[in-house]
Write a protein that binds this ligand. Structure first.
Ligand SMILES: Cc1cc2nc3c(=O)[nH]c(=O)nc-3n(C[C@H](O)[C@H](O)[C@H](O)COP(=O)(O)O)c2cc1C
Length: 260
């Protein structure tokens, strides 16, 4: 049976319309699940960093939430003053949104991390033992070669000894810059020092091989074939450990601890 051109065009348009409605409605209906999965992934990364979960351990959502709420305390802090904001809703705090909104962020000073705006407040975590913080988990981010790399840096309560690092989102090349996720590389960070004795940020990823923690505590092995990503990691450390990042908060944390 011969169909007219008009019929064929109308038929094709109807098929396109039905398909686009299907794709749009599934994207919309899956949005909440995607957001929830991202939240869970971040929580898992934090639990692993805190030593409260093995990497790849199969635990369900309820167990993740339980381990998190039993051992980890979230705080929203003011970056400039280093003060806690006890009235903030830590559960729904969206740092990326805050950084984009001019009413909740400030222009970043010139930096090598590609950071344009700094949120006035950020969400950090304390890992608790007997009610006392044993690890501080701080969000960090900055440009690599291809992408913005998002991670967490874990510091001991002395605020300088590194207890771990994790990068949970980036678009660096797998096998090259993507090695920032490799546990055998991140293991090399443990025990290194973020600051010198004047509380200036000194930790850096070098090109080549760093010495042992005992004799070369402020340098971390480079990533072969990924010097530009590695440089991005050094830059983000410099930014977030500095005055525009966590330095005021960490100073207050040390002062409060030595006073108590
Ligand atoms: C397809 C492709 C992907 C690359 N991805 C990365 C990357 O993710 N991170 C990075 O630093 N360099 C990457 N590079 C290499 C950089 O262009 C550059 O050569 C490298 O960072 C230099 O590091 P090296 O001095 O350790 O060799 C990539 C190169 C190619 C061709």
């Amino acid at each position: 049976m011969e169909r007219s051109t008009g019929y064929i065009i109308a038929f094709a348009a109807a098929v396109c319309l039905v398909c686009s409605v299907l794709v749009t409605s599934s994207a919309v209906s899956l949005k909440d699940r995607q957001v929830e999965n991202k939240r869970l992934d971040r929580q898992k990364k934090i639990l692993v960093l805190a030593g409260l979960m093995e990497k790849g351990e199969g635990i369900d959502t309820a167990e993740i939430d339980e381990r998190f709420s039993d051992n980890i305390q979230a705080h929203v802090i003011d970056l400039k003053t280093g003060d806690y904001d006890p009235s903030a809703d830590t559960g729904n705090f969206d740092q990326r949104k805050a950084a984009k909104d001019p009413s909740t962020s400030t222009a970043a000073p010139s930096n090598n991390s590609g950071i344009q705006r700094v949120p006035n407040q950020v969400l950090i975590y304390h890992v608790l033992e007997n009610g006392e913080p044993v690890t501080l988990i701080l969000p960090v981010e900055g440009k690599g070669l291809w992408s913005t790399m998002y991670g967490f840096l874990a510091l001991a309560p002395d605020t300088t000894t590194v207890k771990g690092v994790t990068f949970y989102e980036h678009g660096e090349t797998p096998g090259l810059g993507g090695e920032i996720e490799n546990p055998s590389w991140t293991a090399k960070w443990i025990g290194r020092l973020a600051y010198d004795e004047t509380w200036t940020p000194v930790l850096e990823v070098i090109k080549g091989t760093a010495g042992p923690v005992e004799t070369d505590p402020t340098r971390i092995d480079g990533l072969a074939g990924a010097t530009l990503t590695a440089r991005g990691v050094s830059h983000l450390l410099d930014f977030w450990l500095g005055e525009s990042g966590f330095s005021p908060y960490l100073e207050k944390f040390r002062a409060e601890r030595s006073a108590s």
